[in-house]
Design a protein around this ligand. Structure first.
Ligand SMILES: Cc1cc2nc3c(=O)[nH]c(=O)nc-3n(C[C@H](O)[C@H](O)[C@H](O)COP(=O)(O)OP(=O)(O)OC[C@H]3O[C@@H](n4cnc5c(N)ncnc54)[C@H](O)[C@@H]3O)c2cc1C
Length: 399
């Protein structure tokens, strides 16, 4: 059996083609060192346990690697999306499951920053900085099957019922953003302004809210995916984040701000797979030479490397456009769709390069392939992303 040596993270200082500022290089280095020290070597155990230890999450938060886009007014670092991407790639390269916890929270805080009232921001965003405190989202935007919850509008409050399946940070979250269809208690026609759709901020400790762990997952198993059941949960108007006429802008913002982050997560997983495969291909000998010297293997590795670079560049471009306040929705979808494809192809090829060893839990690439599959589903399927991009091309370009 060939000796297996653990692959260290890539030396990140070379990433400066994008003119990273010294501070950005520092954030990237911090995340890289944290991932090398705390995640990479432990990721198989987190995968087996299907959990991330709470003291690890504490250290990740204390290191400033969670909720990184939180504004300074709430004690946060106020990083932009590009900077958040630098951190997200490093964490996902170390352990995609653990990275999923910070990613889901990062996705949930942004709509509150963008759409929340001052009072909502104060209530939801305070206490998230530097703490192992997380948020999550239960939305149906990426699937055809309507809002997961119903909200019956009574005289001066709403009553939420229903089940939202597969919610990232479902058990860990302090609060969730949940999408609901509004139904009038007296069956009256729903008012036109506002429409019959809303996103609510749902505190996890509200009476009637129950989180239940779902069936075991294929990949990203250290993340916390739970079903959220609402049994007649009473929420006042203060908990309603959006009106019906904000649905379009809300969905667009969600993609604009978060798809680059998910795309670089895929890049991190693919990067780990390439590193393992390259290392192995240098050591494994067949027909008297390392397999990397067989042209077909070298070509596979070359294709993996260039796809990873391209996926990162597309994600970074989408993130930069987002930070510059440019219309980047289509670019963000393109970044997600491309990265979804790259991570699956690269991790599958990594398993192939390891041969039979790749197909066993003795080596890390089978986990990376399982993790990769999740990226093609959880933020909207690969087909949905490509379909949306295609439809968009009918009317606008991705420039
Ligand atoms: C690990 C994990 C974490 C998740 N976390 C969250 C979360 O935090 N919050 C949340 O709200 N949701 C979450 N989800 C749910 C996720 O958003 C949905 O699973 C995803 O949007 C796909 O929906 P679906 O599972 O209902 O698949 P379906 O929509 O039923 O799709 C099934 C298949 O049919 C294809 N398909 C469907 N419609 C079309 C069409 N019109 N044209 C072509 N092909 C189509 C799909 O591409 C797919 O291949 C999570 C899911 C997973 C697996």
């Amino acid at each position: 059996m060939p000796a297996f040596t653990h692959v260290k993270m890539r030396n990140i200082s070379q990433a400066n083609a994008f003119n990273l500022t010294p501070t950005q290089v520092e954030y990237q280095k911090l995340a890289c060192e944290f991932a090398s020290r705390e995640l990479t070597g432990q990721s198989a155990k987190f995968d087996r346990d299907a959990a991330a230890p709470s003291d690890l999450l504490k250290r990740m938060a204390a290191a400033g690697l969670t909720n990184v886009r939180l504004p300074e007014a709430f004690g946060g670092l106020n990083l932009n999306t590009f900077e958040a991407c630098l951190i997200a790639e490093e964490l996902a390269c170390g352990c995609s499951g653990v990275a999923g916890i910070s990613e889901a929270s990062e996705m949930a805080i942004m709509p509150v920053i963008q759409f929340g009232s001052q009072a909502q921001k104060q209530t939801l965003l305070t206490h998230l900085a530097g703490q192992p405190a997380f948020a999550g989202l239960a939305l149906s935007f990426f699937e055809a099957a309507g809002a997961p919850l119903k909200a019956v509008r009574e005289a001066n409050h709403y009553v939420l019922s229903g089940i939202a399946d597969r919610v990232a940070n479902g058990s860990l979250s302090q609060w969730l953003l949940v999408e609901a269809e509004i139904v009038e208690a007296n069956h009256a026609k729903t008012e036109v302004t506002g429409g019959n759709w809303a996103v609510f901020c749902l505190p996890s400790d509200c009476a009637g809210v129950k989180a239940t762990a779902g069936a075991p997952l294929l990949g990203r198993r250290a993340s916390d995916i739970a079903s959220i059941e609402c049994d007649k949960v009473k929420l006042s108007e203060d908990y309603r984040l959006t009106r019906g006429d904000e649905r379009g802008p809300f969905v667009a913002e969600l993609k604009r701000l978060n798809f680059p982050l998910i795309a670089v997560g895929s890049v991190g997983v693919a990067r780990a797979a390439l590193a393992h495969a390259t290392n192995y291909a240098r050591q494994r000998q067949t027909f008297g030479k390392p397999i990397i010297e067989h042209q077909v293997v070298a070509f596979m590795l070359a294709d993996m490397a260039r796809a990873i670079e391209a996926a990162r560049l597309l994600a970074w471009r989408a993130a930069k456009a987002c930070d510059a306040g440019l219309e980047n929705e289509a670019l963000a979808i393109a970044a997600l769709a491309y990265a979804q494809e790259v991570v699956m192809n690269v991790t599958t090829d990594a398993v192939q390069i390891f041969g039979a060893y790749g197909y066993s839990k003795e080596y890390p690439v089978e986990k990376l392939m399982r993790d990769a599959k999740t990226y093609q589903i959880f933020a909207g399927t690969a087909e949905a992303a490509k379909g949306e991009l295609g439809r968009g091309l009918l009317t606008k370009s991705i420039d």
